[in-house]
Design a binder for this molecule. Structure first.
Ligand SMILES: Cc1cc2nc3c(=O)[nH]c(=O)nc-3n(C[C@H](O)[C@H](O)[C@H](O)COP(=O)(O)O)c2cc1C
Length: 201
């Protein structure tokens, strides 16, 4: 046993959502395998209802930043985030894949996926999100995550031809942090979130 921090522990320790990226360009192949490995997740019942759509296209990235009303944020003094991203990754949910899987004969004794107390598709989506974030960090880039709750999500469907039967869970950004506007990290570390052997406050 050693007290040295492992590579993965370090990556997790240093990860933070970065919302300010420098304008840079991307080495063609650097992020090409991110989606391929991000999707290596367990899914409930092996339903495989989580998919990833990525874009490296500067014009499409710019269009997405407009859909997210980034100009308004910049007017309010915030830094460019989405528009300076090198790549965007959308985590997509095909909920029907779960219901289809759980309608099969070997699942007749399982709770119907429409009655799940915990909708496992969100668990699976989170796993893909974290894989994606860590793979981006491994490439020594910064990552961010953005929900679509404040925007017209139909416009993202249109931009990328995503069928209406899919739900976009969120968007991961990859970019080079503009360190001039760095914000402090690990700001929530004091809150007790880990319980050893027994739950305790
Ligand atoms: C499900 C989820 C949704 C989030 N949505 C947004 C968002 O819409 N906009 C945003 O700026 N950050 C969003 N975040 C990022 C969180 O605000 C961020 O993780 C949190 O501030 C903690 O910061 P850290 O990741 O740097 O520790 C989201 C994170 C998660 C996990």
């Amino acid at each position: 046993m050693t007290n040295e921090t492992t590579y993965l522990e370090n990556l997790l320790n240093n990860r933070k959502v970065v919302r300010n990226y420098k304008k840079t360009s991307l080495e063609d192949t650097k992020l090409k395998n991110i989606s391929k490995f991000s999707i290596k997740i367990p899914t409930a019942g092996f339903s495989r209802g989580i998919e990833i759509l990525n874009t490296f296209d500067v014009k499409k990235i710019k269009n997405v930043s407009k859909i997210f009303n980034e100009d308004n944020f910049i007017k309010d003094g915030k830094s460019p985030w989405i528009s300076n991203s090198l790549a965007l990754f959308f985590i997509l949910l095909n909920e029907e894949a779960y219901h289809h899987r759980y309608s099969k004969n070997d699942k007749t004794n399982a709770v119907n996926s429409k009655d799940w107390d915990v909708p496992y598709w969100y668990v699976d989506a989170g796993a893909a999100m974290m894989n994606c974030i860590l793979l981006i960090e491994e490439k020594e880039l910064s990552s961010g995550f953005m929900g679509l709750h404040n925007i017209d999500r139909k416009k993202i469907h249109e931009e990328f031809k995503i069928p209406d039967t899919y739900q976009i869970i969120g968007m991961i950004t990859a970019g080079v942090e503009d360190s001039n506007t760095d914000i402090s990290k690990n700001k929530h570390n004091k809150k007790k979130l880990i319980h050893n052997e027994f739950f305790s406050r």
